[in-house]
Design a protein around this ligand. Structure first.
Ligand code: ADP
Ligand code: ADP
Length: 217
């Protein structure tokens, strides 16, 4: 489902963020991505979602080789991916409901079904009673759950999260992890990065460890 075949990423300026990585993640797996700041975790997630392109090697997602795909074909790949961004990327001038509606608007989802979908996603993350609120009025943990609702509202088969627990107290961070687990349990492939490994260790899942763009043990 997600396969990296000798993948390297060099940013303009010459920095090698990922060096010759090969691994694969099966359909429906839940995997953690660990490593200190600067290890290449965000870069790896950006290659999976097509936000960045590999400099060399093949990135294969849902049987599509992203390295060979034309830019115009990327939106079709993205429709099957949900992303929880490190910097939230919430729209602070729109309601909770509208923030979750946005991805469905973008893919041109039928309006009547869309409202039901948005409420189902908000219900799943425990924010149904906040649909009319503005994001700024939510706590940090609630904002993170809003990001997750927005990432899953189009029912992606792959869910990526870039340090979703970074700014949360441990109890909230564990809540968020449980939420990801619930999507994994219904068959979604989940890939979560974090620099704090203690959160991951309780889950008994595979941990991919990165350091300076390479696997670390
Ligand atoms: P992590 O998510 O593990 O903190 P990143 O993937 O964000 O790591 O970054 C890996 C390395 O690549 C860092 O040294 C970072 O400075 C560099 N990097 C990330 N994005 C860019 C960019 N757009 N241009 C140049 N260098 C970048
Ligand atoms: P509904 O069928 O009314 O959409 P569900 O309870 O099945 O409600 O799901 C609630 C929400 O949880 C969905 O709208 C979606 O956001 C998310 N969800 C459920 N199952 C999946 C899945 N397999 N993949 C991605 N998201 C899912």
């Amino acid at each position: 489902m997600i396969q990296f075949d000798q993948v390297s990423k060099r940013y303009p300026g010459g920095f090698d963020a990922l060096k010759n990585l090969s691994f694969s993640i099966e359909n429906g797996e839940m995997v953690f991505l660990a490593g200190p700041s600067g290890a290449g975790k965000s870069t790896l997630l950006k290659l999976v979602s097509g936000i960045e392109r590999a400099t060399s090697g093949n990135v294969i997602v849902n049987r599509q080789n992203l390295s060979q795909l034309r830019a115009s074909q990327l939106p079709y790949v993205r429709q099957h991916i949900g992303i929880v961004f490190q910097d939230h990327k919430l729209l602070y001038d729109r309601s909770v409901f509208d923030n979750v509606m946005l991805p469905l608007d973008i893919i041109g989802f039928d309006r009547r079904d869309a409202a039901r979908r948005v409420r189902a996603a908000l219900d799943k993350v425990g924010l149904l009673n906040k649909e009319k609120s503005m994001p700024i009025g939510l706590s940090g943990g609630e904002q993170q759950r809003l990001c997750i609702a927005r990432a899953v509202v189009h029912r992606p088969s792959i869910l990526l999260a870039d340090e979703p627990s970074a700014n949360l107290d441990r109890a909230y961070a564990l809540d968020i992890m449980e939420l990801f687990k619930s999507f994994h349990q219904v068959g979604v492939t989940v890939l979560i990065s974090a620099h704090d490994e203690t959160l991951m260790e309780d889950y008994g899942r595979r941990i991919i460890r990165l350091r300076e763009g390479q696997f670390a043990s």
